[in-house]
Design a binder for this molecule. Structure first.
Ligand SMILES: [Fe+2]
Ligand SMILES: [Fe+2]
Length: 301
């Protein structure tokens, strides 16, 4: 890591400690068994899975499975966060706490999907193996981009979990996904808070990483088999789409970080400021193209 990155990490460490303490204040212990319908669990050996047993719509099942496989890849997210940040002090305390909380998401979601028979246990395991063997790295090696990316990703995940639960039309799925989304929101508040402090301390150097992340934002699930097909299904039903990304993720973050209103910047930084402010329109145009195409396909079927 270069000296500038180390200095930035050192400069925001007090904020990391403060935000971790605030997170501990806010967090509530919760237990997967309070949500999982264990009484419905039956042997898949005696009674193999069949799609007719599912109680949720195919699109909602696709969304929940994709979100589960994304959560399953936690070892890679941990490796990236813990591996690129200092291994002691406030950074390590946060990385460990965050990893422990994330670990429960896949446990709870998998238990729900299997007990309620809303996924095929064989293809789920095959997809998990393929996903984890593919591995995942965001590609952001500098701490500035890593915090901006993780803030964006936590917010996107919160929205996706919440919408999948809402559209499930099932009390258990609704409350479980709302519970997980609350965790993601708390994670988002932490990562956004650290990135805000970095921006406060060093607006000049933060605009380039913000541009790099926003210009090419990808959810961590892209290594999942059939990701594009599944993501299109999720977009069609309104779990997560380009328009949702624009309205619920990009615009709020640009407002929170007051990107448009930053002043006193160098010519280079101003250039990134302008390029960042062009991104939402581009995403919206792509969203409109997707929606028109989807409507056309729906009309012709
Ligand atoms: Fe999670
Ligand atoms: Fe999270």
């Amino acid at each position: 890591m270069n000296t500038e990155d180390l200095e930035l990490l050192e400069a925001v460490e007090p904020t990391v400690a403060r935000l971790t303490a605030e997170h501990r204040e806010r967090r509530e212990n919760w237990y997967a068994h309070e949500y999982v319908p264990w009484e419905k669990g039956r042997s898949f050996v005696d009674e193999p899975w069949d799609p007719s047993q599912a109680t949720l719509s195919p699109e909602v099942r696709t969304s929940l499975v994709l979100n589960l496989l994304t959560e399953d890849n936690l070892p890679y997210y941990h490796a990236e966060i813990a591996g690129r940040l200092p291994r002691d002090g406030a950074y390590a305390e946060w990385a460990n706490l965050w990893t422990a909380e994330e670990g429960q998401h896949a446990i709870a979601l998998r238990s729900y999907l299997l007990t309620s028979r809303n996924c095929d246990p064989v293809s789920l395991e095959e997809d998990r193996m393929a996903t984890m063997e593919a591995g995942h790295f965001s590609g952001y090696e500098d701490p500035a981009a890593l915090f901006v990316y993780t803030a964006t990703q936590e917010l996107a995940t919160r929205v996706s979990h919440r919408n999948a639960g809402r559209l499930a039309d099932d009390e258990t799925a609704y409350s479980l996904m709302a519970r997980i989304a609350t965790d993601e929101n708390h994670h988002f508040l932490f990562y956004r808070g650290v990135a805000s402090e970095m921006l406060e301390q060093s607006p000049e150097t933060m605009l380039e990483p913000i541009f790099r992340v926003f210009d090419n934002f990808k959810m961590p699930g892209t290594v999942i088999p059939g990701f594009v097909r599944r993501a299109v299904d999720m977009a069609r039903v309104g779990v997560y789409s380009l328009r949702i990304h624009h309205d619920r993720v990009l615009e709020p973050l640009l407002r929170d970080w007051r990107i448009e209103h930053l002043t006193g910047l160098s010519a280079k930084a101003r250039e990134f400021q302008e390029k960042i402010m062009e991104i939402p329109d581009r995403v919206l145009k792509a969203a409109e193209i997707f929606e028109r195409r989807t409507a056309r396909l729906a009309g012709s079927s």
